[in-house]
Write a protein that binds this ligand. Structure first.
Ligand code: PBG
Length: 331
């Protein structure tokens, strides 16, 4: 690329010297349209429970969900993502609770769909909230069994779709699950239920606070490296995304976010599909705790989210969604 201009006739500071001109030349912008709000839900009544490792984020019982949903509606957030906290007594080796058509997630989808018409609902497909060992798949002969897990995941996905979920988001990283889920949804006539594949999901250390939030932290035996991607890898991300698009994914996700901006950009440049990113729990907690300690000012949140737009992301899942949506017009 040829660089044009020469000092002193060219002065780049000229188009930076007031707010109005900076706004005119800004190459990337964030709007409420870019935001997906994750919500933690739990059983019971009348509870908004704080999550120690994620200051400012809460688990809500269904009767309290309107606290966040009313705001999401008012700020025009296009989609919310539901994540269940599951009590130990509902967990087993096979994650059976995933196939309960009246489980917390399916119940919430129905309830939210009845009251709120404006936004889409996205639900996670994976077994980790429900397994006693904390893994996303089932264990057969001490290994996570890919194909047997898929048989469960596709049923989990169908139950969510039947409850009214708009976007099925498999976050389990089993091979071939997007195709199996798409086929199964189509066979049952859910042609319009969308699939957001967590196509590029790394075995990351930044998920710690989330596992605390959904109650799987102390359960997890070992790590997830046999199915989530090795964070040393780059080319492999292209193979993951390519396969998932062929299998029928409507959008693909890169996760985590900030440490993987190179991957977001790689995927956006190689595939002309909507790329979503997930600013995960560990990223949220780092920024939030630094703000609380006054090491960072609050505008660091906006800056972090703009980095996703610059990299080529369409939408961003972020625990800051409500915070930032409220302020967005002031930037
Ligand atoms: C589980 C799942 C995880 C996250 C979303 N879905 C954690 C994991 O894979 O262990 C992490 C999100 C976050 O850290 O905010 N299938």
């Amino acid at each position: 690329m040829k660089v044009l201009g020469k000092f002193p006739s060219t002065r780049l500071r000229r188009v930076r010297n007031s707010n109005w001109v900076r706004r005119l030349v800004s190459e990337n912008n964030l709007s409420a349209n870019d935001l997906i709000l994750p919500i933690f839900i739990r059983e019971g009544k009348n509870k908004t429970e704080s999550i120690k490792s994620m200051p400012g984020v809460f688990r809500y019982t269904l009767d309290k969900l309107s606290i966040v949903l009313d705001k999401a509606e008012k700020f025009n957030i296009p989609m919310v993502a539901l994540f269940p906290y599951t009590p130990n007594k509902k967990k087993d080796n096979y994650g059976s609770e995933a196939l309960n058509e009246n489980n917390l997630v399916n119940k919430s989808i129905k309830l939210i769909k009845k009251k709120y018409k404006k936004f889409g609902i996205m639900t996670d497909v994976a077994l980790d909230p429900y397994t006693s060992h904390g893994h996303d798949g089932i264990i057969v002969n001490s290994k996570i069994d890919n194909d047997k897990t898929i048989e469960i995941l596709k049923k989990q996905a169908l139950l969510q779709a039947a409850s009214g979920s708009d976007v099925i988001a498999p976050s389990d990283m089993m091979d071939g699950r997007i195709g199996a889920i798409r086929k199964y949804l189509d066979k049952n006539k859910y042609y319009n239920t969308k699939i957001l594949s967590y196509a590029v999901k790394y075995a990351s250390n930044f998920y710690g606070p989330f596992r605390d939030a959904v109650g799987s932290k102390n359960k997890l035996k070992g790590d997830k490296k046999t199915y989530q991607m090795d964070f040393r890898n780059y080319d492999e991300a292209i193979r993951e995304v390519g396969l998932d698009i062929k299998e029928g994914a409507d959008f693909v996700m890169v996760k985590p976010g900030m440490p993987y901006l190179d991957i977001i950009s790689l995927i956006k440049q190689n595939f002309k599909v909507p790329v979503f990113s997930y600013q995960v729990s560990g990223e949220y907690s780092m920024i939030q705790k630094a703000i609380q300690a006054k090491h960072l000012n609050k505008d660091a949140i906006y800056e972090s989210l703009i980095s996703f737009k610059r990299a080529g992301s369409s939408a961003i899942i972020t625990y800051f969604a409500l915070d930032i949506a409220e302020k967005i017009n002031n930037y």
